[in-house]
Write a protein that binds this ligand. Sequence first.
Ligand code: FAQ
Length: 312
Amino acid sequence: EMDADERTFQQRLDDGIKIEPKDWMPEGYRKTLIRQISQHAHSEIVGQLPEANWITRAPTLERKAILLAKVQDEAGHGLYLYCAAETLGVSRDELLEQLHSGKAKYSSIFNYPTLNWADVGMIGWLVDGAAIMNQVPLQRCSYGPYSRAMIRICKEESFHQRQGYDALVKMCREGTPEQKEMAQDSINRWWWPALMMFGPSDADSVHSAQSMAWKIKINSNDELRQKFVDQTVPQAEYLGLTIPDPDLKWNEEKGGYDFGAIDWAEFYEVIKGNGPCNRERLAARVKAWDDGAWYREGLLAHARKKQAARAA
Ligand code: FAQ
């Protein structure tokens, strides 16, 4: 049963009015947003690692410059999102502590290794493609700071998706047979993990019903996954790549593709911390934090000195 405050709140949501940081909100709404926005922020930051692995080995100066810009954009996305989470009354230190201790999740996809150059293109095409599919509707989510962060982030994600697809067009349509093979090997490894990015099936998604009522989520996990498959299959055909799913088939009646069963056991292992690179990713973030301690201390010492000088 809702009390009067909750009823007024739900009415505002239903009328399409955005909730801003100083507005009253139910504790569950606040908690859910902190969880989702911070996990999204962590994903952006951890998501820098797989691609950064290839910055030093990009095949041309141009590809290197593009990749550097893309990986820097991800840092920017993380920062907007941490700021959006902070408006809900949580500190950035607390959020980072949750990441570093393994308490907070980040997207499963970033626990897979980048083994060849085509993986950089594949991440842009499939991973940023899936991210956009999920984030475009989030531009309309009920919490003002999150929805505004999404607008800006989506513009950059579109550039990322195109740079990935462009790299793959070069390899698959204009490249050597070896390059094409490299891209096929890459899609074989990334396709299923990309579908897992949308989260558990609707039947198993614990948060969806409440998050959709609160307009923190606009679409269900399965709806977005289906749209992603429908959009991506023709793009794979243009590249001449085979999607590693023997059950993938156009379904005239539903006007979309049927696709095979996702290996949910793998998904749950990865989100429990047992994916191929979970330990390596977390260790890299913890090391960066520890290595930066001297710098944070220096900034604080400087700020204290300035403050003392002003007070004198
Ligand atoms: N990985 O009940 P639901 C990017 C967890 S894009 C890990 O369905 P919800 C851009 C979920 O947290 C990637 N965990 O949950 C980029 C929950 O656990 P909890 C980031 C997952 O929240 C590209 C439990 O399973 N995007 O970074 C995953 O309603 C290239 C139950 O699930 C966002 O975060 C998963 N795939 O729906 C960067 C978008 N799926 O928290 C670099 C915003 C589910 O209770 C390079 N987030 N879980 O411990 C969302 O839209 C939602 O949070 C979902 C999950 C759809 C991800």
